[in-house]
Every structure is written in structure tokens, then in C-alpha cells.
Design a protein around this ligand. Structure first.
Ligand code: TRP
Length: 333
């Protein structure tokens, strides 16, 4: 085991889009190929249960996300790639950690507070489950289980990392340095892809471009990217230009300068969109083939995830025994 351990989870709701690819998948795969650290990457299906009670949708999303990561080049031999629900030790730890989590700390969690605020003058507890309320404890268990040192997350998850640190410190204060205090690694602004309307690409804004759809659907989405009303022939700026921002995230340096020049020379928005479509289609098409293959072979994906869980459980097993033993659970001798 390396000293540096990078761990991140993906909640299995919805279908991956271009924003997930640029913001999370591509950088995580690049960093998992570096040798000087261990990488843990998992499908947070218990977290998904908080949001979705539809079994088919859950299964489908798990399949799509697993296929997406593998098709995008994740090396499953170098990474611990597993499903959260295949590691029961995480739930054991979840309970243990609950006893080191101040209720007041959970009261301050953004997602929980937003749900309470949505209830306005009605019963503030309306529609709020213990799952939603204790979401940050489960996330702490995911991270502390494997003694992760670095946790790449989006800006919206920063508070959860802070809470994880708080919980781990309380535990360590009582029992000694058992847990590693993890550090969040926050997305760079440049890794946040804008969506069709210019806000961050996100399923909840309905502004996404799907990642592995067919060419025709990809084209349809690219054509919907918001532009200004400059006519063909009029020079266009690459500053504050949504289309260019998306283009940039996929293009080589020379392609970027050539697009910049085309914009200055007054390329029509239609033609510029076509160029973006061609670029995306060409870059994604080989991955897409692999994705389609994987999607038609759930048995293989299950096996990959089970193998990953088996390896991860070896680590989890050792750690949970150590944790239980310092608390005074487990062996009596
Ligand atoms: N809550 C994270 C999200 O919605 C997903 C997640 C679950 C996670 N457990 C984690 C991320 C542990 C990092 C580490 O994005």
C-alpha cells in the first residue's frame, strides 16, 4: 500500500454527461494511472437510495456508470473499483461513527437544511428521512474505512469532507490516531464544464449533453448550445463564449487556436457548432463502442465490481477489526 490514497465516490443516480467526464472521470483516470498512490473509486449506491426508490432506475444507473468509467479507460487492475453496498464493513463503521457525530453538526449540513427550508411553513420534517439526515456519516465511513488521504470532490461536497474530518478527530481524540484525517481536493474552476445554457452542466438544471449517446443525439444537443445573435461574417469573441469553452475542454492547442481564428474571422454559429460536434463525436466514438459492448454484458460488469469489492474488503476487514478492537468490541481476549 502507498501512503497516498485517493478515494472518491459517485452516487449512482442518472446517466453520465459530458460535465461528469471533464470534471471527474477524465482527471480521475489520468491520476489513477500514476504509480505513487493507491486509488479507490466506488459506486455510492447506498447514497443513491437516499434520492431514488426506483429499483430499475438504480440498477440502470449503476450499470451505466460502471460501463462509463471502464469504457473511458479506467484500469481496473490498478484501481480498487467497487460498489459501496458490496462492502458491509462500511455500514458497520457507519454505526460506529454515528456515535462520534454531533447531531448539531448534522443539523448544519447544506442538503438537509435545504430540504427543511423547502418545507417552508409546513412541518419542517416533512419528507426528510434519517438517510438524508445522516448522509454525511455514511460518507465519512466511505472515506475513513480506507484511510484515504485525498478526496477529490465538487464544491458542493466540501462541507462533507469537513464533517468527515471533524468525526475522525473526535474518534481519534478518544482512542488514539486510528483514522487518517483526509484532505479534500476541490475541482479546479477550469474542470467545470458549462452546460447548454451557460450554468454548470448538471442534470438538475436540465442543460446536459449526454456522454455516450449516438451521433445523432449528440449533434442535436450541440445544436442547442446557447450563442449570441451575431450573424455569419461578423467577428466573434472567444471570451464568454459557451461553445468555445466546451470546445476548449476537448481540443488540442492547435485546434483551439484555429477555432479562435475562425471565430475572429466570423464563422457562423452553425458551422462552429458543427466543428464542436465533429470534435466530440470523433473523440468519443471509440469509447462509445466499448460502452455499448459493456452495456450489453452486465455479467461482466458484475464480475468486475465483485472482484474489486473482494480486494477492497481485504483492506476494510483489517481496518474494521482494528477499529472494533480499540473500542472494546470483537475479541474478548
Ligand atoms: N456524496 C458524493 C456526491 O454526491 C458521493 C460520495 C459518496 C463520495 N461517498 C463519497 C465522494 C466519499 C467522495 C468520497 O458527489
Amino acid at each position: 500500500m502507498n501512503n497516498k490514497k485517493i478515494l472518491t465516490g459517485i452516487t449512482t443516480t442518472g446517466t453520465p454527461h459530458l460535465g461528469n467526464y471533464v470534471g471527474a472521470i477524465r482527471p480521475a483516470i489520468a491520476s489513477s494511472n500514476e504509480k505513487e498512490h493507491d486509488s479507490f473509486l466506488f459506486l455510492a449506491d447506498y447514497h443513491a437510495l437516499i434520492k431514488s426508490k426506483d429499483p430499475e432506475a438504480l440498477r440502470r444507473s449503476c450499470l451505466e456508470i460502471a460501463a462509463t468509467w471502464i469504457a473511458s479507460g479506467l484500469d481496473i487492475d490498478k484501481t480498487y473499483f467497487y460498489r459501496q453496498s458490496d462492502i458491509p464493513e462500511i455500514l458497520e463503521l457507519n454505526w460506529i461513527l454515528s456515535n462520534f457525530t454531533a447531531k448539531g453538526l448534522m443539523n448544519r449540513a447544506h442538503a438537509y437544511k435545504a430540504a427543511v427550508d423547502d418545507n417552508e411553513k409546513a412541518d419542517p420534517d416533512k419528507g426528510i428521512t434519517m438517510g438524508l439526515f445522516s448522509y454525511p456519516v455514511l460518507m465519512a465511513a466511505d472515506i475513513l474505512m480506507f484511510k484515504a488521504t485525498h478526496v477529490p470532490v465538487g464544491q458542493d461536497q466540501v462541507q462533507h469532507i469537513e464533517m468527515t474530518r471533524d468525526i475522525a478527530q473526535r474518534f481519534n481524540h478518544q482512542y488514539g490516531e486510528i483514522f487518517v484525517i483526509p484532505q479534500g481536493v476541490i475541482d479546479q474552476e477550469s474542470a467545470v464544464l458549462p452546460g447548454l445554457d451557460g450554468r454548470k452542466m448538471s442534470k438538475s438544471y436540465g442543460n446536459i449533453i449526454p456522454l455516450f449517446c449516438n451521433s445523432k443525439t449528440l449533434r442535436k444537443h450541440v445544436m442547442k448550445i446557447k450563442t449570441n445573435s451575431l450573424e455569419p461574417g461578423e467577428p466573434k469573441s472567444s471570451e464568454d463564449c459557451l461553445l468555445f469553452d466546451i470546445y476548449k475542454s476537448f481540443a488540442s492547442d492547435s485546434q483551439i487556436s484555429s477555432m479562435q481564428k475562425d471565430l475572429e474571422d466570423g464563422i457562423s454559429w452553425g458551422d462552429a457548432k458543427n466543428q464542436l460536434y465533429e470534435l466530440l463525436d470523433q473523440q468519443l466514438s471509440s469509447y462509445r463502442l466499448r460502452y455499448d459492448e459493456l452495456m450489453s454484458d452486465p455479467f461482466y460488469l458484475d464480475k468486475v465490481l465483485r472482484d474489486g469489492a473482494e480486494r477492497a474488503r481485504e483492506v476494510a476487514h483489517t481496518n474494521i477489526n482494528e477499529i472494533k478492537s480499540v473500542i472494546g468490541l470483537g475479541s474478548l481476549s
